[in-house]
Every structure is written in C-alpha cells, then in structure tokens.
Design a protein around this ligand. Structure first.
Ligand code: EPZ
Length: 441
C-alpha cells in the first residue's frame, strides 16, 4: 500500500458524540474461528479497517466464501461459508502483514488436523515469540511445533489426532489463549488453560465459538475449560463487541483538547483502568449504560499520575502511547511503566519533536508536563503510536503531519470522519513529509 499522511490543525476542543466500532482484536480471532464452522454464519458490527480486510483475504485464499456488505452506519456485515476450504496452508505474503494470522494455526489444526503458516507480522515492539502457542499445540499432540521444525519461515503442524490437554501459560498471552481455544474446540477430549488471558476480546471469541457449537467455560477468568466437539453446525448471526482501545483513544483525544465528548456504543466497565486514572488526574468522567462522557471541570488543575501496563483487568498496553500524551498535558512529573512489551516506546522521539519532555529508563518513561504540544512532521511508528500522535496533534498549536498514517487505519474505522464530526480539522494527504513542503511554499 502506498504510504499516506494525516494533516491536522490542532487546538480545537473536540465536542459532541461519537460511536465506537467493533473490536479489531476480537474480530480477527472470530474470523479465524469461523473457518471451523460446518455451515454458515453472519458477522455484524465488523470494523471496516485494513487488518480486517487482510484477514478476509487470508480466509478467502484458503477457499472460504465471504460476502462483504456495508451496514447503514458504516460497519461491515460478513456472510461466511468456510465449507469450501480446500487447503491447510496459509503461506502467502499477506500472512506477514498482521499478527493475528497466527490464529489460522489453531483454526486449521481444528478443521483439518494440519496447518501450515508463514511467520506472522504485526507491530514491531521488540521480540514477539510464539513459543507458548507452539508448546500448547505440542501438548495437544501436534508434531512440527519445535523451533527447529520451522523451515524457510514456515511452520507446519500435524495432529493425528488432536487431543485435549492441560495447558499452563507462564505469561497470560492473548494470542496463545485464543489459539488454544480454537484448536481445543475440535480436539478429542477436554482442555484446561491455566493462567489464561482475560481481555474482553478473549470473552468475545469464546462467546462466538460457543454460538458455533463449542463448549467453552470460564473465558474471562484465568482458567478456561473446553470440551472438544466433533461438529460445529453454525447457521447463526453474531455481533462483535465494541473496541475497548478505540473508545479509550477517543476518551484521551477529548481530554487533551479540553473538549466535551460523549462516546457511545461502548462498554464502560472495559474502560475502568483508564477512567480511574483520568478521574484521579482531575477529569470529569460520566458513565452511562453504554456511554462515557469526558470533559473538564471548570478551573480544575489536571495533575500527573503513574501508570503501569499489565494484562486485563490492568491498564492496557494498547493505550500506553495515547496515555503518555495525556500525561504530557498534566502538571508535574508522571511515570509510565510498560510491563507487557519489551520495546513499546519507539514513538517517544516523535512526540519529542512535538515538544514533549520525556526520559526513558528501560521500560519506564518519566514524563514532565508541558503547556501544550507544537505542530511538527512526525512518523507513525506503529498503530497505537500513530493514534497517540493524532491525540497530540489535535491538542497542538499549529499543523502536524503524521506520516505513515496507513498504520493508524489498521485499527481505527473512519477516524478522519469521526474526528471531523467532533470539530477537529484532519484530512488525509498523499504527500509524505508534506509539512516541510508546506513550510517552504
Ligand atoms: C495481542 O497481541 C494484541 N494483538 C496486541 O494488540 C496487544 O498489545 C497484546 O495482545 C497484549 O494485550 C491482537 O490481538 C491481534 P500477547 P499478542 O501474546 O496476542 C509474550 C494492537 O495494538 N509472549 O498477549 O501478540 C509477548 O512477548 C496490538 O492492537 C511470549 O513470550 O500479545 C508479550 O511480552 C498490538 N510468548 C506478552 O507475552 C508467546 O508465545 C503478551 O503478548 C506469546 C507471547
């Protein structure tokens, strides 16, 4: 895809209402799960984002039929029939475009007893091993799951038969939990996952699998039990949950611009780690059944705080860069401790170009509050880093050009339209480094 930029004129408080789209990280697992159905299903509230289109292409390459249409409010509706799948190999170049392609390992093992996959891609924040996935598949009877079995960047697993097993994770991994739930759904016998991840998208994938005919209990707790079933009849409709991280990004964008925004179609309890921190900092956070309003009290000082990312229900790492922008716009010194990923501060030099004052000590960023950001030409180093730069640019004095904005569109449906409807001034431009060009003109 040709790179493009976002041009943002900052300093406009966001005001009004915005709707949250379906969860990226849920739908990617759900799409892989749907490849195991012995029938059809319809998926609703699917976000129209590039990662979803990559996953649809990967499923179609396997032979699955997927009809895509658009609902009146802009989300996608997918009619899926995987009965025409004619291969267990997902080895095309598209596999390396997203991380979630690795869910096809679990789904194809479940469907075909065999799975071949090129090494998955995704955002680069240090090492992203898949040893926990492979160890679990090995415990379930798959051969080919040792590191030395990876040939030419391709993993091929064979299970004859695929058996239920007791799986213990040293780390509560989102991807490994979903992958094992997928394979275990079709395995012979029972599987127990101990120290499972508990993120909202784990629960959504489990609910979808159960709607398919799977027998999964305990999703959302740290022990998940799965009874393998031979047939998954399908023929149902399912609506994807709202995106926790998109909702959090709009909460932060509203806050840093001094705006007053009500965010709709979201699940307020998923936002508690962020809402609690924002209240502590001095923001007004008003919860409804499926809404949150973010605003400032008059004449209240916004103070800094300390945040540590950790698996759900802790503070989500996928809101870490956006939260650093929030901390920059507060009084005093704040601390952000990145506890999930080895190297998720790659965007900080870009924020520094916009006037941020941040020092990094290994996995801790010390943030000194500033009055505001200033416009600059910056690069989105990954998806959430790009979202953080958008938040900073909306608050900044002057114009910001965010290059490689296509990374942002991996995970945010209609971000330009949604922000402009709140009073922002943001547009897409094909010029990379447009900032320098405009400055010369
Ligand atoms: C998922 O990635 C999300 N991606 C990520 O969101 C998110 O940052 C992450 O979970 C944590 O919440 C998708 O859902 C597609 P993990 P995943 O396995 O599954 C270590 C975004 O911005 N680990 O929970 O790859 C790993 O190195 C993206 O939307 C192992 O050591 O994350 C990390 O330190 C970016 N061995 C920790 O566990 C393994 O086999 C958590 O990773 C697997 C993971």
């Amino acid at each position: 895809m040709k790179p493009y930029s976002y041009r943002i004129e900052g300093g406009k408080p966001l005001k009004g209402d915005v709707n949250i789209s379906g969860s990226k990280n849920a739908v990617l697992g759900v799409l892989a799960a749907s490849m195991m159905i012995d029938g059809e299903c319809t998926l609703e509230n699917v976000p129209d984002i590039s990662d979803v289109h990559v996953m649809i292409d990967l499923c179609r390459l396997l032979g699955a039929r997927i009809d895509v249409s658009t609902a009146p409010e802009g989300s996608l509706v997918l009619k899926i029939d995987p009965r025409s799948i004619n291969t267990y190999k997902a080895t095309g170049r598209a596999v390396s475009k997203i991380r979630a392609s690795y869910y096809l390992l679990g789904a194809l093992l479940g469907r075909c007893g065999k799975a071949s996959l090129s090494m998955p891609g995704g955002c680069n924040f240090g090492q992203r091993p898949i040893d926990l996935h492979l160890k679990a598949f090995k415990a379930m009877g798959a051969s080919g799951a040792s590191p030395e079995d990876v040939v030419g960047g391709i993993i091929t697993l064979t299970a004859d038969p695929l058996r239920g097993a007791k799986v213990f994770f040293d780390i509560a991994s989102v991807g490994a939990t979903i992958n094992v739930m997928l394979a275990a759904t079709k395995a012979q016998g029972n599987t127990t996952i101990i120290n499972a991840a508990k993120e909202p998208h784990i629960v959504d994938v489990a609910n979808f699998l159960n709607a398919m005919g799977a027998r999964i209990k305990g999703a959302g707790t740290d022990t998940i039990k799965i009874k393998g079933v031979p047939v998954l009849p399908g023929n149902f409709s399912y609506s994807i949950i709202p995106d926790q991280i998109e909702a959090g990004t709009y909460m932060i964008a509203a806050a840093v611009t001094g705006g007053d925004v009500t965010i709709h179609n979201m699940i307020p309890t998923h936002m508690e780690p962020l809402s609690t921190k924002m209240r502590e900092m001095g923001y007004l956070i008003e919860e409804g059944d499926d809404t949150i309003r973010v605003a400032r009290y008059e004449n209240t000082k916004i103070t800094g705080t300390n945040i540590k990312t950790s698996p759900y229900p802790g503070f989500p790492t996928d809101l870490q860069p956006q939260a650093v922008v929030l901390l920059c716009m507060s009084k005093g010194i704040s601390k952000m401790h990145e506890n999930v990923w080895q190297n998720r501060f790659q965007y900080i030099p870009e924020l520094t170009k916009m006037g941020a004052s941040i020092n990094i000590f290994d996995r801790i960023a010390l943030i000194e509050g500033i009055e505001t950001f200033k416009g600059a030409s910056v690069n989105a180093t990954d998806l959430r880093a790009g979202a953080a730069l958008v938040c900073a640019a909306l608050a900044a004095n002057g114009w910001t050009y965010i290059n490689h904005a296509e990374k942002i569109d991996r995970g945010y449906e209609n971000i330009v339209q949604k922000l402009n409807s709140l009073g922002a001034s943001i547009c897409r431009t094909e010029d990379e480094n447009g900032f320098e060009q405009d400055m010369e003109a």
